[in-house]
Ligand binder design. Structure first.
Ligand code: DGL
Length: 259
């Protein structure tokens, strides 16, 4: 198979990475994508680092065996724990996620930035280092949001379920001056409007929303192009694999891809 025609592999702990895949399909309509969701082991965010590293490396291996020309790690948690290992093991280019704290910190205002992510992402060295590179790291408040990923993985898109979970992690900042919220988990992108609605009803300030999806797909495009791998004509495709129950997750995958 010619390199241009080989697929791009995309993985996440579950279906959160579909939010990145959607953007990738929109920007790169001629590419073939293979998505792997490790639904059996989601969420990763409450697991110890070693386990996240092992599971993430396994996802990368599964996609490598399928002959991908490049890998997109569509998971902030997997990136934080395993990106160095994955890069060292793979011969193909690897693109990964990063919580969008840089654009958030560049936004005007005297308020705080709430960085919403999995517990693991907020604790991992990679993110802590990224934060020290910001001009004013004390402006950022890390907010682990346990529970949200599970609700999305169940396909339960009901506002009240999310509101209860958001109350537990964001409720304590009621009345605070908040300039922005960073969605540092790819699952959260599907409920960006829920975060925004919640934030505007509880906080003062602009509550601008930031995420890394568009920048990541721009990086993927640059990397494919620089490696002469970009597929510029012909029909693209998307295929889905999961470590979980396919009968359960395939319909949810289809729904989220067009959400
Ligand atoms: N979607 C993932 C992320 O971007 C992780 C969710 C999880 O498995 O906890 O961090």
């Amino acid at each position: 198979m010619h390199m241009h025609n080989a697929p791009v592999g995309v993985f996440d702990s579950g279906l959160g990475g579909v939010s990145v895949l959607k953007e990738a399909v929109r920007c790169l309509p001629h590419e073939h994508f293979i998505y792997y969701g490790d639904n059996l082991h989601a969420p990763y965010g409450d697991r110890p680092e070693q386990e996240i590293t092992r599971l993430s490396a396994q996802c990368a291996d599964i996609l490598t065996e399928k002959g991908v020309k490049a890998l997109l790690v569509a998971c902030n948690t997997a990136t934080g724990a395993a990106i160095r290992l994955i890069r060292s093991k793979l011969d193909v280019p690897v693109v990964s996620m990063e919580p969008a704290i840089k654009p958030a910190c560049q936004s005007p205002g005297n308020g705080k930035i709430l960085m919403c992510a999995t517990y693991a992402t907020t604790q991992l060295e990679r993110y802590k280092k990224l934060k020290t590179r910001m001009p004013d790291p004390e402006r950022i408040i890390d907010v682990p949001c346990p529970g949200i990923v599970d609700i999305i993985e169940q396909g339960n898109f009901c506002y009240s379920a999310f509101e209860k979970a958001l109350d537990k992690c964001l409720g304590r900042y009621e009345g605070a001056l908040i300039d922005g919220l960073v969605l540092g988990c790819t699952h959260y992108i599907f409920i960006k409007d829920v975060f925004y609605r919640y934030a505007r009803s509880r906080f003062r300030g602009q509550c601008r929303m930031f995420d890394g999806n568009a920048a990541t797909v721009r990086q993927l495009t640059r990397v494919l192009s620089a490696n002469d791998m970009l597929k510029v004509c012909g029909t693209g495709s998307v295929s889905f694999f999961t470590s979980g129950d396919r009968a359960k997750y395939q319909p949810l995958f289809n729904m989220l891809l067009h959400y």
